[in-house]
Design a binder for this molecule. Sequence first.
Ligand code: WQD
Length: 338
Amino acid sequence: MKILVTGGLGFIGSHTVVELQNKGFEVVIIDNLSNSSVSVLKGIVSITGKEPIFEKLDLREKISVQDFFLRHQDISGVIHFAASKAVGESVTNPLLYYENNISSLVYILQELEKKEKAQFIFSSSCTVYGQADVMPIDENAPIKPAMSPYGNTKQIGEEIITDVSKVSNINAILLRYFNPIGSHPSAEIGELPIGVPQNLVPFITQTGVGLRKELMVYGNDYPTVDGTCIRDYIHVVDLAKAHVVALQRLLENKNEEKIEIFNLGTGVGSSVLEVIASFEKVSTKLFPYKIVDRREGDVTMAYASTNKANEVLGWKTESSLDEAMESAWKWEQKVRSK
Ligand code: WQD
């Protein structure tokens, strides 16, 4: 079975390619290398011993997408990661996000609707819930007005896929990630943020290796256990495995609806200070941080209900926060030792 993974050299994409290959799938990667590097391919091969097909291609070019699908008519399913994903950048450059995240999705769906049958897995985000009213957050939680153009592109993407699946042979699963962190235990692949990391964990590990002076903790006056925001930090390998399970569900026609939604998290909320404590434990290093003002757009708390993913998808996370932090730290040290 040949599976297309768009954004397959990215953080979550590359880990998913590894898990697909581990399950015997043939993988084709499309990536425009705007937020990844072709060296990731070597990392994938060093883990699995199998070389995925890779095509550098910009999904905003409709003709290129059409040509790709003409040349790969035996694709059984698509896992669509390719998208711009920096919340802050989306606020200052919304058109980049609407063009990249929406046009590329439309062009892929236009090719899939031509097929007899098509299985589509969409990389979505818990950001669609905004600040949910009830914790843990389940899939019936209301979608709140997006707090950024990035989050809006995820909401619009879900709506597009829902509308298209109703009138086509496309079966889809929307996977709403909480906070993916960590790296493959081999330290052959991991997160490679470009520039100053926006996300918490890569900033922590870069501070740990001395690349950053200290972490700014964005606020400790939230109504939480220690005043800092709470998130559901899920090991990226656990997340990758969920994609393979979801794809197999569609390929084996086990889906009960044309479109299904799953929240992917650990079900456990961790505060920023708890993540710092986890890092200090796994790195045995004291960690420099400073409490500063809140960051615009941050929600206080978000962690997943895991019931539906456990009971319907038959998947649950296996790694703890400490194990995820340990893998992130191991990766950071390896990247900096090169
Ligand atoms: C986590 C917590 C910050 C950095 C975003 C997107 C989400 C997904 C993951 C793409 C927050 C605090 C962070 C720092 C800090 N993106 N923090 N100092 O904002 O929950 O989610 O990234 O798929 O869609 O919304 O993740 O890692 O940026 O922040 O104190 O230097 O860490 O305030 O409480 P977030 P994050």
